[in-house]
Design a protein around this ligand. Structure first.
Ligand code: FES
Length: 381
């Protein structure tokens, strides 16, 4: 993040905190409840965002070495993301070209070849078909021109994106704003390593999961036993960077900046910076580490979520440090579960018919703008 932007964000937060007022813009808005429960609407979102748009699929460290791989569900496509022999990233449809078995069933690992578990067709790291057992039984098979179906993939600023549509234009990275990639690079995300990861399926529409990260009105209530004491009440502000949102969540320590010269101001010390990366990821930048949250919609009322703590490699050297990061990861998971449990409750309540609309306040304007973006991308409300 450029220093001028950092100072601007901190100045704005400080001014709001001194005035004891939340950041507000626009009008109070209404969002129809059916958008969270309607299967046809979900199918349209799924096609437009989770099949046709770039989805964040991994942190660099999850496939750091040639032969490292990770498997993901990207939209309806089982994807295999692998670091090639030349260090580049490739993504493939994880489906065998013989009779369609999942080629690599493990979540992640390391190998020199992928061997299909059904009849042992073997694929190289570049996806090419390497070996076919009893090949004389396939007189019409051209092994040299047969490979796993490639997906467009791209690595930037420490993260890897892929598109589930094999026919998508490989230049899709143009959809990722340079300003966003530069900010992530500035936080040195590429130098981090996975410390721990937690996955679970939640019975809530994917938009409820994102909604929860776009306001801090709820902090003092549902996070009262975890992180509430560390943050100002309803203090978050936001800014769009292309389709993505940067939210700044001021810590209580922010008020101390009023007594200090700007040369000492550090956004990571006095706020959490949350990037809602459209459509499927959130990145929570904290003082000394980063949390990556990956969202995988499974159905209109079901979402898979993976929470991964990324920490500086040099910070995990002693037993004491490991205890520290373990406690930190546990607190993150517990706090996010508080959000996701509420999302499940809202999804249950959505079917009751009690509400025709949900109501977003002027200080929940990030939700209003985000839902407007979705409507705009789908072409109508
Ligand atoms: Fe993969 Fe037969 S389905 S080898």
């Amino acid at each position: 993040m450029q220093r001028a932007k950092e100072l601007e964000l901190l100045s704005n937060c400080l001014a709001l905190a001194k005035a004891k007022t939340p950041y507000m813009e626009g009008d109070e808005t209404l969002v129809p409840v059916w958008k969270y429960t309607d299967k046809a609407r979900f199918d349209r979102e799924y096609e437009a965002f989770f099949r046709a748009a770039p989805n964040l699929v991994a942190h660099r460290s999850q496939i750091a070495q040639p032969g490292d791989f990770i498997t993901r569900q990207v939209g309806a496509v089982p994807a295999l993301v692998v670091r090639g022999s030349d260090g580049s990233v490739n993504a493939f449809v994880n489906v065998c070209r013989h009779r369609g078995a999942i080629v690599e069933p493990r979540k992640r690992g390391h190998c020199k070849r992928f061997v299909c578990p059904y009849h042992a067709w073997t694929y190289r790291l570049d996806g090419g078909l390497d070996r076919v057992r009893h090949q004389d039984g396939f007189p019409n098979l051209d092994v040299a021109s047969t490979s796993l179906v490639q997906l467009p993939a791209f690595e930037a600023s420490g993260f890897i994106w892929a598109v589930a549509d094999p026919t998508a234009n490989a230049d899709f990275v143009a959809a990722l704003p340079t300003a966003l990639l530069d900010e992530l690079k500035g936080f040195d995300c590429a130098s981090l390593d996975v410390f721990d990861s937690d996955s679970r399926t939640w019975k809530a529409n994917w938009k409820l999961i994102v909604d929860g990260g776009l306001e801090s009105y709820h902090f003092k209530i549902i996070h009262r036993d975890t992180i509430a004491k560390s943050f100002l009440d309803n203090g978050s502000s936001f800014e769009f960077i292309g389709d993505h949102i940067r939210s700044v969540l001021p810590r209580t320590s922010l008020l101390s900046l009023a007594e200090r010269p700007q040369s000492e101001w550090d956004i990571r010390k006095h706020t959490n910076v949350l990037y809602s990366l459209f459509p499927n990821a959130s990145l929570l930048v904290q003082e000394d580490h980063v949390v990556l949250i990956l969202i995988t919609p499974l159905s209109v009322g079901e979402t898979g979520i993976e929470v991964t703590s990324l920490v500086p490699t040099s910070a995990v050297r002693s037993e004491r440090a490991i205890r520290h990061w373990r406690a930190n990861h546990a607190l993150t998971v517990t706090t996010l579960r508080e959000d996701f449990e509420i999302a499940e409750q809202v999804q249950r309540g959505a079917a009751s018919g009690a509400n025709e609309h949900y109501r977003f306040a002027r200080f929940e304007a990030a939700l209003s703008r985000w839902h407007e973006l979705i409507d705009m991308k789908l072409g109508n409300p």
